[in-house]
Every structure is written in structure tokens, then in C-alpha cells.
Design a protein around this ligand. Structure first.
Ligand SMILES: [Zn+2]
Length: 296
């Protein structure tokens, strides 16, 4: 059923943007309509795919990502955005004086790429991952705990532990209710701890210039596409609910390091990619943002 309210700010001023689009790599997934909130600028599938549709779609995925995508990404693991996010998390932990050997949680961990890198960079820290599937081999080998569960819904209720750092990288855009995801992540964050999220920015220049060719426009997979304003308004309403104490909020645009081969793959330039003599990474203004919340 179609929603009349923006999943980020709750506004009912919604405009139809695209009609009847199918997923770019799985032509059987769809059709989907895509609407845009006129108040905060967020875009979203309307109606959302059904739980059955999502189950069927992800059943064809290996650890939450199409296999050919993961292959293109693994070709350049060292220069990948996973490595950049892991290093950024270490920097963030230092800036905010998180205790030595602190506890962290990776929400929607996928194949555990960031988690494994973070554990390598911070061997004394205690990591836990949450995602729908069984733990990937690499994660278990690193001694990282794994919880299998759905990140849609009130998953924090079943987790008694609190963490100094909770992060969800490239996850917010995949869930039906971004507000519920942020609320649950904050519930798992310890007092004085940090929540970090990285996701596409629908207010970015890249999204405006590229339109439906923007790689993050993936109908039926990226269920919502937030903007800097949408995240701010979502957090304001969570703060106003009085259930979570928030000390500070930072939402800012972020350039992310992508390997050239992966980038050409994502843009569908397969023939150019085949002839690239060697790989290298660049920080592309692909249109992403990061959210850093310090809990009171
Ligand atoms: Zn909105």
C-alpha cells in the first residue's frame, strides 16, 4: 500500500517522480514507483516492496550484494571504500576518546568486509556483527561475534548489550523504515558512545546530474534515498520523542574512495573496464553522506 508520509520527516507533501521502474540488474524485481518528499527532498519507493519480494530478491544475493558487484569490488579490496570506512571509524574512535578495547557493532554487516578490517586495525576491540544470513567465514576466523537477524523492525529489543560504537555502512537506504533503523541503532549505543552511518545523498550534485543513471538509484533495493536535510529532520523528531538522549549530530557530504575498475563496473562501462591496464582508486564525488551522532 502506498504511504502518504515521507519515511524521514513525516511530511505529506509528496510528488511522484518515476513510475514502473525495474531493478537495474534484476529485471524480474519490480515494477516500482519512486516518490520524492517536497519538504526534505528524500526519495523512496512507494509502495515499498513486500517482505516476500525482498526475500526473493535477496535469495539471489550472496551476503547481501549481487555476486558480480562483490567480485568487481574484491578485485580492489585494499583501495576499496570498505577500507576507507574502517580507517575513518578508527579515527573517529580516537577523536572521541573511546576506551581502549571498546565494543563495536556492525549493523547490516554483509560479508563483514568493514568488520574484518576494523578488527585488524584495532585487535584489542570487541566486535559484533548483525545481518540476516549466517556468519561469513572470514568474520568467524577474526573472532568477531555474529548475530543473525532482520534489521527491519525492533531488533535492538533482543540485544541486551550496549556498544561504544555502532555503525551501519550502506545500510540505511536498504531498510523499509530508516527512522526505525536509526532509533534501534541509537538504542544499542552506550551513553557517550557514537553512531556512524554512511549512505547515498539524494541532494548531491551527482544524483541531480545523473538522474536514474546515478548508481545509487536502484529501485526495489535502495528503498529510500536520504538527503542531508532528511537525516537532520529525522534525528530531530527522534530527539523530540524524548526516548533517546543525543549530545551532538553531524551530517555532512563525504567523498568516498572507489577503485577505478569498480567504478566503471557500477557505471556499466564494462568495455572500458576490460581495457584498464591497472587499477587505482580515486575519491569520487559520487553523492554520499555520513552521519555521526554522539549519545548523551
Ligand atoms: Zn521528508
Amino acid at each position: 500500500m502506498k504511504t502518504k508520509h515521507c519515511p524521514y520527516c513525516g511530511s505529506s507533501v509528496i510528488e511522484e517522480r518515476y513510475r514502473g521502474h525495474f531493478h537495474k540488474f534484476d529485471a524480474s524485481h519490480g515494477p516500482f514507483d519512486f516518490d520524492v518528499c517536497q519538504d526534505c527532498g528524500a526519495g523512496f519507493c512507494n509502495p515499498m516492496p513486500s517482505p516476500e519480494q525482498l526475500r526473493f530478491f535477496y535469495a539471489n544475493y550472496e551476503s547481501g550484494m549481487p555476486e558480480e558487484y562483490r567480485h568487481a569490488m574484491n578485485e580492489s579490496e585494499e583501495s576499496s571504500w570498505h577500507t576507507q570506512i574502517a580507517k575513518d571509524l578508527v579515527r573517529l574512535a580516537r577523536i572521541h576518546n573511546l576506551p581502549e578495547g571498546f565494543a563495536w557493532m556492525d549493523i547490516g554487516a554483509g560479508a563483514g568486509e568493514i568488520a574484518c578490517q576494523l578488527q585488524t586495525l584495532l585487535p584489542r576491540s570487541a566486535g559484533t556483527c548483525l545481518d540476516l544470513h549466517e556468519p561469513p567465514e572470514g568474520v568467524s576466523k577474526k573472532g568477531i561475534s555474529w548475530m543473525s537477524g532482520d534489521i527491519n523492525g525492533n531488533f535492538s529489543q533482543d540485544i541486551p548489550k550496549r556498544f561504544n560504537l555502532v555503525y551501519a555502512s550502506a545500510v540505511l537506504e536498504h531498510v523499509i523504515s530508516p527512522r526505525d533503523l536509526i532509533t534501534n541503532c541509537l538504542a544499542l549505543t552506550d551513553r557517550g558512545g557514537l553512531l556512524y552511518m554512511f549512505c547515498p545523498d539524494y541532494s548531491s550534485l551527482a544524483s541531480k546530474v545523473m538522474g536514474t543513471r546515478w548508481p545509487y538509484y536502484l529501485p526495489g533495493e535502495h528503498l529510500t534515498l536520504p538527503t542531508v536535510g532528511a537525516i537532520h529532520r529525522c534525528l530531530e523528531s527522534i530527539r523530540d520523542s524524548g526516548r533517546v538522549g543525543i549530545a551532538s549530530v553531524t551530517v555532512r557530504r563525504k567523498r568516498i574512495s572507489y577503485a577505478m575498475r569498480y567504478m566503471l563496473f557500477a557505471l556499466g562501462l564494462h568495455s572500458v573496464r576490460r581495457y584498464l591496464p591497472f587499477d587505482f582508486s580515486l575519491k569520487f564525488p559520487t553523492g554520499c553522506l555520513e552521519l555521526i551522532v554522539k549519545k548523551a
